[in-house]
Write a protein that binds this ligand. Structure first.
Ligand SMILES: NC(=O)c1ccc[n+]([C@@H]2O[C@H](COP(=O)([O-])OP(=O)(O)OC[C@H]3O[C@@H](n4cnc5c(N)ncnc54)[C@H](OP(=O)(O)O)[C@@H]3O)[C@@H](O)[C@H]2O)c1
Length: 323
């Protein structure tokens, strides 16, 4: 941790801001939201921006970052920008071109972090979700370790300062860690993580290998019906989170974000309104007590909002493992 408690050191020596701004939005609003909210997030103090090719809004985020550099709010080196390699570009020869495409959209020379979005190689092509006649995703037979080696080359080429993974279970992480001739360990594993799915075992595993866990859907997800089982309870209405929030004169959202930072997890927060984006920066203004942390630990109930049902049946589907 840096002295201000706002950055964590990665296993390759770079630092990652512990609070990140999420940029996923449903496709019909993704571009508009990115243009409207990314500059605002930078203005109020967000320095870590979580993007992905699959979100189809990297161009708008690039414009937003450029505008905030141009008006003197930030310098390039103040911003920590992540992008994600989509699963249709897992063939090693497709990796660097995919990153270069993201860099062009983002108007950047390098990303701070490039991660494999899911451990699920899919048939290459323009379609993000290539499907067969039965609506099943068409897998590609690339070994994840071969894709990883291509990411290592991107780091060596200076196109990504750090490289990591997302949605990997511990066995898939082990596969990379045990790869003969491994040059760089993943610096992070970005996974769904919140009080209802606190990922204790995966977090312990990651910590034991000096891999940072990055939490997405830390506020209980955007409950986009295509991706989320809407029968799951709404996290931010949880009475324990509400009581702790009241005690600290904060909100359940801030408690959910603070919880992750205090357990050494980097946390992403999406905000679709300016009040919330501004509010989420208050995560650095208070501290949860050990009793609060214990009470929140007690809320764990294995609720995965983003269970990626579409990927069930893929040989590398990650969520069938306990962790
Ligand atoms: N690697 C992956 O596979 C993966 C998967 C999912 C997400 N992610 C990343 O993680 C980011 C965040 O996750 P997420 O998009 O699922 O959403 P999230 O951070 O869990 O946020 C969910 C919703 O919480 C609400 N919210 C935000 N701040 C609030 C506050 N202060 N008080 C009350 N409500 C508040 C917003 O609701 P409204 O929508 O109603 O405004 C927001 O959309 C994504 O944008 C993306 O960058 C990555």
């Amino acid at each position: 941790m840096d002295p201000k408690g706002q950055k964590l050191k990665l296993n390759d020596g770079h630092f990652i801001p512990v609070l990140g701004f999420g940029t996923y939005a449903p496709p019909e609003v993704a571009k508009r939201d990115a243009l409207e909210f990314t500059p605002f997030a930078i203005e109020v103090g967000f320095r870590h921006i979580d993007c992905a090719h699959a979100y189809q809004n990297e161009e708008q985020i690039g414009q937003a970052i450029r505008s905030k550099i141009a008006d003197g709010t930030v310098k390039r080196e103040d911003i920590f920008c992540t992008s994600k390699l989509w699963c249709t570009s897992f063939q090693p020869e497709l990796v660097q071109p995919a990153l270069e495409k993201s860099l062009k959209s983002l108007q950047l020379d390098y990303v701070d972090l490039y991660i494999m979005h899911y451990p699920l190689a899919l048939k290459p092509g323009e379609e993000l979700y290539p499907k067969d006649e039965n609506g099943k995703l068409i897998a590609d037979s690339v070994d994840l370790c071969c894709t990883w080696e291509a990411l290592e080359k991107c780091k060596d080429a200076g196109l990504a300062k750090s490289i990591g993974v997302s949605n990997f279970n511990h066995k898939q992480l082990e596969k990379i860690l045990n790869k003969p001739g491994l040059k760089y360990k993943p610096v992070c594993n970005q996974v769904e993580c919140h009080p209802y799915l606190n990922q204790r075992k995966l977090l312990d595993f990651c910590k034991s290998h000096d891999i940072v866990l990055v939490a997405y859907s830390a506020l209980g997800s955007q409950r986009v019906k295509e991706w989320v089982n809407l029968n799951h309870p709404i996290l931010l209405e949880d009475p324990v989170l509400s009581a702790i929030a009241q005690k600290h004169k904060k909100t359940p959202a801030l408690v959910a974000l603070r919880y992750q930072i205090q357990r050494g997890v980097v946390v992403l927060a999406k905000g679709n309104n300016k009040e919330w984006i501004k509010e989420n920066m208050q995560v650095f203004d208070f501290e949860l007590t050990p009793e609060d942390m214990k009470a929140i630990d007690g809320l764990d109930r294995n609720i995965r909002y983003c269970d990626f049902q579409l990927g069930v049946g893929h040989p590398e589907f990650p969520f069938s493992e306990e962790y």
